[in-house]
Write a protein that binds this ligand. Sequence first.
Ligand code: IPE
Ligand code: IPE
Ligand code: MG
Length: 242
Amino acid sequence: MSAKPAPEAPAPPPRHVAIIMDGNGRWAKKRFLPRIAGHRQGVEAVRRVSRAARKLGIEVLTLYAFSSENWRRPEDEVRDLMGLLRHFLASELDELVSEGVKLRVIGNWRKLSPDLVSMIEGAIARTADNPGPTLVIALNYGAQAELATAARTLAERAKAGTLDPASIDEAALEAALDTGDLPPLDLLIRTSGEQRLSNFLLWQAAYAEFLFVDTLWPDFDEAALADALDLFGKRQRRFGGL
Ligand code: IPE
Ligand code: IPE
Ligand code: MG
């Protein structure tokens, strides 16, 4: 009897998808519009794509909204971005609450302006008991700073005598990251054609699948996310095994 090869099992859908939302400025430039117009459309894409992610059954969607390096931009652009963030939080919170979404924020967001910090705290508190899915927004986020902070946290515990340095392993460091309690990152998408991580989720990306698409972020939509999930489904993840 000849053994029939087992049909390829479809890869399980990604639980945790992260997106580097890039290309707002180029979207505006192509239309001879100011960069803020691209950022406004970028916020529309955030609404659209976070709804699509819920519809497509993604458990955790992590969006890179403002990096720790984005402070290098002109002051008025930073001000515009912070204004859009305020607007997004104010206008989207009711829907997040009614949809059962849990909002999380990673990065040094407590260093943002005090009014934004209290808005974010309020939004997190209002959605804290929601069952999920989870929407994670990376704000003033940099992966190297996140790793340095995690190392400092562990060092302080060791100094206080509550942690044996010999017990510090990958799991201990991972648990000390901002994402410590989230499922592993499965798929990382970057829009706009750039192929770099720009200091995003360096640790978490260890075994993530990468997808770089040319679409500019303001044009990204449900169909684009569904295509990304299809492509993910065709990847063979080996995690070092065979
Ligand atoms: C992404 O779009 C939004 C943020 C980084 C806040 P960009 O503003 O980087 O757009 P490009 O890269 O200039 O086109
Ligand atoms: C990465 O995009 C940060 C966000 C999307 C928030 P950037 O546009 O800031 O990245 P670089 O400067 O091209 O690497
Ligand atoms: Mg960019």
